[in-house]
Design a protein around this ligand. Structure first.
Ligand code: COA
Ligand code: AMP
Length: 636
């Protein structure tokens, strides 16, 4: 039997076992975790919305990622490598050092009264203190909620109001290659805008752009850390079902969804993936070049590698421009990374700047075993380029903030399955994935439909939305009773390979960042001169998609279109944030709609992408579509 057939048989056996007998499968996987009280059962269907994992397990995430490795003799091994080309700083922390830092900073949090179940918002750039802050929360059983730095004050305010944090951890600035991002004024504005007021803010001053502290409310990170010298804290005993974090993600409206992550199921699932999917062993260096503000950063910068005693890399830089398209190769060589996980957009950026990968010749990538891509559809051209230039398996895998780990992937640790470009391969253990037509019937192989997962979701996936079980049910469970609706359209081929083709909702994916066109529309609609608008994601060679807004002005508004369009771009930047990359607003006389008043966003998008389109039979006024075409042509 050849290796390919072996791998497929091994995969089939594992996947089938995980569905046929989830109790045995996940209790076995749970052995990778150090429990204060080992769970006696894997799943209880009677708890929560669709059941809960490891209902009687008692555990702590920080203990599993840090303390236990020190106790097991790994104290001197590097746990965290901080590499910041934007500041020129490099720093490493051993497991022992990181454990001490976290234990000490948790004492600082305790002094603010932070304990089990309290929320702490972390609004920080990619600095080690952010990781220390997150682990300090986990240590005490406080629920962290990290907010990505590229969001606006208004978005941050929404998250503060929903999570109601006792404390906010922040830094004076983030550093983008083109500018310093002053976090403090954004945070001050967010706190002004929000109804909920945190009791305190702890701020890390960065020398590149220090910030003024607000008296009584704000506290200096370093001074508190100094004062806590020699203090230690214990890891709290948490129920496996207790939330570890809330991570907000875009929904179809401007109100973000607070994805809740439980503790035990998440640790078990991550530990399985570190070996089964990524094939990483304790002591090896795994680099996930994402941001801690995204789910990928939570799972594979902060938690996953440390959980199994591997080393993680915290990279404060970009794939290009810090300083050039050889940046990734430099990091891989310097730290002997065995694998890299990033978004396809990063590779598109590298390829654009260095199409022949000339820079690669300057680095020794011996020991580099695999590249993992996720976050957006991996276009076959980029995938092929990476395979050819790197000469290692390039593994596309697909997941969502909601799931916390891969739904579909190619399990390198079980055995590499043949890669089909355009498909992230096969469902991971515990995911009973189906493609259903709109009426809920199984779609035949090759036929596009709704990608759904039969309940229960496997460990690690969201049990609910923070403060909003109703929205959880409505968004994910009611569309196809008995299934979790991914809101992705796709198909399964005759070999079982899954292809994710597009979202079925108003979510777009810009440079691997998930954004709501509905949220951008809400921002545009707040402009006093706007009557109505539609935002669609238009294909972009580097970012995958970029948003374009079509705007109808109120009757009687008689101002230069260019001036208004600039203001509208600014409104989106102010209300959603620079991460939306919203640069194009086009004024049109009317929007194409159906006779029942539904805006024909799909058709607008096809026109913008230069794809074939047909005139919808239900259109109210066909000339509105011509106008869209003309507005796009005029803008080039
Ligand atoms: N804090 C503040 N602002 C941020 C930010 C952060 N953490 N991250 C991005 N921004 C800003 C950028 O400065 C930029 O602002 P600008 O309009 O003033 O230029 C804007 O948000 C858009 O940023 P980005 O999407 O990163 O575009 P870019 O052109 O600066 O860089 C890439 C393009 C491809 C290099 C970059 O998007 C990238 O590295 N992507 C990888 C994505 C990724 O890791 N996704 C995680 C999922 S796996
Ligand atoms: P996020 O919650 O930000 O991780 O975004 C999740 C969405 O990104 C998914 O629902 C998909 O639409 C898309 N996505 C993520 N990874 C992939 C992938 N490998 N292939 C295709 N789409 C992907």
């Amino acid at each position: 039997m050849d290796a390919v057939q072996n791998a497929r048989e091994a995969y089939d056996a594992i996947h089938a076992a995980s569905l046929a007998d989830p109790e045995t499968f996940w209790l076995k996987a749970a052995e990778a975790i150090d429990w204060f009280e080992r769970p006696t059962r894997a799943f209880d269907a009677s708890l929560g919305v669709y059941g809960r994992w490891f209902p009687d397990g008692v555990v702590n995430a920080c203990h599993n990622a840090l303390d236990r490795h020190v106790a097991a003799g790994r104290g001197e091994q590097t746990a965290l490598i901080y590499d910041s080309p934007v500041t020129g700083v490099k720093r490493t922390y051993s497991f022992e050092e990181l454990t001490h830092e976290v234990s000490r900073f948790a004492a600082v949090l305790q002094d603010f009264g932070v304990g089990k179940g309290d929320r702490v918002v972390v609004y920080m750039p990619m600095v080690p203190e952010a990781v220390i802050g997150v682990y300090a929360c986990a240590r005490l059983g406080a629920i962290h909620s990290v907010v990505f730095g590229g969001f606006s004050a208004a978005e941050l305010a929404k998250r503060i109001d929903d999570a109601e944090p006792k404390l906010i951890l922040t830094a004076s600035c983030g550093i983008e290659p083109s500018r310093k991002v002053a976090y403090k004024p954004l945070l001050d504005r967010a706190i002004e805008m929000s109804t909920h007021a945190p009791e305190a803010v702890v701020l890390l001053q960065r020398p590149e752009l220090p910030a003024e502290l607000v008296e009584r409310r704000d506290h200096d990170w370093e001074s508190l850390r100094d004062a806590a010298m020699g203090r230690t804290t214990e890891c709290a005993r948490m129920a496996a079902t207790d939330p570890l974090y809330i991570l907000y993600t875009s929904g179809t409206t401007g109100t973000p969804k607070g994805v809740v992550r439980d503790t035990g199921g998440y640790l078990v699932a991550l530990a399985w993936t570190m070996s089964g999917l990524y094939d990483i062993k304790p002591g090896e260096v795994f680099w996930c070049a994402s941001d801690i503000g995204w789910v990928v950063g939570h799972s594979y910068i902060i938690y996953g590698p440390l959980l199994i005693g591997a080393t993680t890399v915290l990279y404060e830089g970009k794939p290009v421009g810090t300083p050039d398209a050889g940046a990734f190769w430099r990091v891989i060589e310097e730290y002997r990374c065995v694998s890299l996980f990033t978004a396809p957009t990063a590779f598109r950026a590298i390829r654009k700047e260095d199409p022949n990968a000339e820079k690669l010749k300057n680095y020794d990538l011996t020991g580099f075993r695999a590249l993992f891509l996720a976050g957006e559809r991996a276009d076959p051209a980029t995938l092929q380029w990476a395979e050819e230039k790197l000469g290692v398996p390039v593994i596309d895998h697909c997941w969502q903030t909601e799931t916390g780990w891969a739904i579909v992937g190619n399990p390198l640790g079980v055995g590499l399955l043949p890669v089909k470009h355009g498909s992230p391969t096969l469902p991971m253990p515990g995911y009973d994935l189906k493609v259903l037509d709109d009426e809920g019937h199984d779609a035949p192989a090759g036929k596009l439909g709704n990608i759904v997962i039969k309940l229960p979701l496997p460990p690690g996936c969201l049990p609910t939305l923070w403060n909003d079980e109703k929205r959880f049910r409505e968004s994910y469970l009611e569309g196809f009773p008995g299934y979790y609706q991914t809101s992705d359209a796709g198909f399964v081929d005759e070999d079982g390979y899954v292809f994710f083709m597009a979202r079925t909702d108003d979510i777009i994916n810009v440079a691997g960042h998930r954004l709501s066109t509905g949220g951008m529309e809400e921002a545009i609609a707040s402009h006093p001169d706007v009557a109505e608008c539609a935002v669609v994601g238009v294909a972009d060679a580097m970012k995958g998609q970029t948003p374009v807004g079509f705007v109808v002005l109120k009757a009687g508004v008689d101002r230069p279109a260019a001036e208004l369009e600039r203001e509208i771009v600014q409104v989106v930047r102010d209300r959603v944030g620079p991460v939306a990359a919203f640069k194009t607003a086009l004024t049109v006389a009317r929007l194409p709609k159906t006779r029942s008043g539904k805006i024909l966003r799909g058709t607008i998008q096809k026109i913008a992408d230069g794809e074939d389109w047909t005139m919808p039979a239900t259109i109210e006024d066909p000339t509105a579509l011509d106008e869209i075409g003309e507005a796009l042509k005029a803008r080039g």
